[in-house]
Design a binder for this molecule. Structure first.
Ligand SMILES: *[C@@H]1O[C@H](CO)[C@@H](O)[C@H](O)[C@H]1NC(C)=O
Ligand SMILES: *[C@@H]1O[C@H](CO)[C@@H](O)[C@H](O)[C@H]1NC(C)=O
Length: 592
């Protein structure tokens, strides 16, 4: 009866489809359904798992209640004070951590969909408040509007976009292989939140450095305590407010991300507070102290320290193109950048021409207070760094370098940290400036002739952060690049890997270890859990062989099993297999 009915239905469906008009109708219906499906996926599909949380009170950040030493927030381009922020005392840092722990316990239960929603809100926040954020960073650091737009807004949006799009992939459990002996089991690696991540950032990107590290930390399910530098503290007031607004509006605890003002003492208190991991970005000297302090609690650390990055320019390049890249490499953010091109190696054939063109260009550019007009360069941020750059340049000249541009504080501005963009040629590997990080607007140009000398010199510092090589001969670039100890190699560009967020960022040697950005960065903020479980819904029996009391025959059986599995060569394996079978047959009960 049923079969008959089915045949009947099939026949009528077939007839329906083959009738021409109905066929068109079917295509139209199909298209309509497909459109509805796409619209559903686009507008509703991704959001279906989101619980609606009631809006929370934005409250007051525990990190803004410091009663420690006063930090005078000075605009480094004008010398004017923007106000006082109190540093956090060590016991106040502990309070921040206690609140972060409460926030994290709740946050760890959120889905990736909810975390993506918050990150998307952060992107919207950057776009809606772009002007305020840019100006805040300009006032804090003395950088130009262009640098702030590029280094604070664009990079932050790209970081967030990357996490939204690919973050979950990096944190998905990974299946791991099991050996034949454990064939009934299955293995996987899971990434769990660690708890609270302590992050210490420098002053060169006071907004981006906060969100870059904090967004990755919270996406992996953690809370973030970010200690900002006393040399660029002012941006934290605006930025912490914006971040708390996003979190509380979505019904999350706003203490999930706290921005801690303070000096070295506050940083040390954070390292010793019992956070679950430390990310330190700063100088090798402080990095060593961080690692020592972290060892008290065995807190793991990621260290992103300085660099003395080589940029290598071969004689087969287009000179104008290479100059443009080298200029950005040396003077981006006025050289206050860990991946600045601190040593430019130029082939002897084009050396003189290159040096002259570099000097002519730099001498033609403008410098001034960014809020007073459009300039190519603003001021430096930290007064002591100006002293350091000045002394490095002076010693280079004494040691025989040729000064082609700048070389001193800008005489037009008595106030503010204006050191002029500087070009030095005839720099050699024995000079102080060749070996010590300048972290300022200095382009030092070194001549090379043979590849061998070049590799020795380029590789010849204690640092190993980045390296860039300019040449149309990609084979040559790879060959030379592979011989230089570096964390990041960029061919025919400078520092561009930072905008490719899937590539981890970090160095070797005294430039530090551990990575941020990319899947490695997210996993670095995760507790890895190796899980071994049953592959099938059958509990694997424990062979009598390994049950107590141990049977004396067990030794021989295991020995033959080892030879059978691990011997090199088929005959050896076969022989061991036969022996194994013989021994098992004598004691069959031992395998069951
Ligand atoms: C290097 O130094 C020599 C000797 O002082 C000088 O003649 C030459 O112009 C310098 N080269 C460049 C590119 O500045
Ligand atoms: C580069 O420097 C590192 C250590 O600083 C050294 O181990 C390595 O051998 C050097 N590479 C070459 C090609 O000399």
């Amino acid at each position: 009866m049923e079969t008959k009915q089915n045949t009947c239905v099939f026949a009528s469906v077939k007839q329906f489809i083959t009738t021409e008009n109905n066929g068109n109708l079917l295509i139209q219906c199909g298209l309509a359904l497909f459109t509805i499906y796409i619209l559903y996926k686009f507008f509703i599909g991704g959001r279906k798992n989101l619980p609606c949380r009631p809006v929370r009170d934005i409250g007051v950040s525990p990190a803004s209640l410091g009663t420690g030493p006063k930090i005078d927030c000075v605009n480094p381009a004008t010398g004017k004070s923007m106000g006082i922020v109190n540093a956090l005392k060590p016991e106040e840092v502990k309070k921040c951590l206690a609140e972060a722990k409460i926030a994290q316990a709740e946050w760890a239960t959120t889905s990736f969909d909810e975390r993506r929603q918050v990150l998307q809100d952060f992107i919207d926040m950057f776009i809606a408040n772009e002007n305020e954020i840019v100006e805040s960073s300009m006032k804090d650091t003395g950088k130009t509007r262009f640098e702030a737009m590029f280094g604070e807004i664009l990079t932050s949006c790209e970081k967030l976009r990357y996490l939204i799009k690919h973050g979950e992939d990096a944190l998905k459990p990974q299946t791991r292989r099991v050996p034949m002996l454990m064939g009934t089991k299955s293995g996987r690696l899971e990434y769990h939140p660690m708890g609270t991540i302590g992050i210490i950032i420098p002053w060169n990107y006071p907004v981006h450095s906060i969100i870059s590290a904090a967004a990755a930390a919270i996406f992996a399910g953690n809370a973030a305590l970010v200690k900002v530098s006393e040399w660029s503290t002012h941006s934290k007031i605006l930025f912490e407010h914006l971040v708390r607004q996003v979190l509380s509006k979505r019904g999350h605890n706003p203490n999930l991300i706290q921005i801690l003002p303070g000096m070295g003492e506050t940083g040390e208190a954070l390292v010793r507070s019992g956070v679950d991991k430390i990310l330190f970005i700063g100088s090798p000297g402080t990095g060593k102290r961080v690692m020592k302090a972290a060892s008290d609690n065995l807190t793991p650390v990621i260290l992103e320290l300085g660099g003395k990055d080589p940029m290598i320019i071969f004689d087969d390049v287009n000179l104008d193109w290479a100059l443009a890249i080298a200029q950005r490499g040396c003077f981006i953010n006025l050289g206050q950048n860990c991946i600045s091109a601190e040593r430019v190696f130029v082939h002897e054939k084009i050396y003189d021409k290159f040096c002259k063109a570099m000097a002519d260009k730099i001498n033609s550019l403008t410098q001034g207070p960014p809020e007073e007009g459009h300039f190519d360069f603003g001021s430096m941020t930290m007064p002591a760094q100006v002293d350091k750059v000045e002394s490095l340049v002076q010693s280079a000249i004494k040691e025989g370098a040729t000064l082609l541009a700048g070389g001193k504080r800008n005489p037009k501005y008595s106030k503010g940290n204006f050191f002029m963009p500087t070009v030095l040629s005839n720099v050699t590997e024995d000079m102080t400036i060749f070996n010590e990080e300048a972290f300022g607007p200095v382009c030092t140009i070194v001549k090379f002739s043979s590849e061998q000398d070049l590799i020795r010199m380029a590789n010849g510092t204690v640092f190993g952060l980045g390296c860039s090589i300019l040449t149309p001969d990609l084979k040559k670039a790879e060959r030379v690049g592979s011989k230089i100890s570096t964390g990041m190699l960029t061919i025919n560009d400078y520092g561009a890997s930072y905008l490719v967020q899937d590539l981890p960022f970090g160095g070797c040697k005294e430039s530090g270890f551990g990575r941020f950005n990319g899947p490695e960065g997210l996993r670095g903020f995760s507790r890895e859990v190796s899980v071994l479980t049953d592959r099938f819904p059958i509990i694997t029996p424990v062979p009598r062989l390994i049950r107590y009391p141990i049977d004396p025959a067990a030794v021989g059986i295991i020995r033959q099993a080892i030879l059978m599995i691990y011997s090199n060569g088929l005959t050896l394996k076969l022989k061991a297999g036969l022996n194994f079978a013989g021994k098992v047959m004598k004691n069959p009960k031992l395998l069951l």
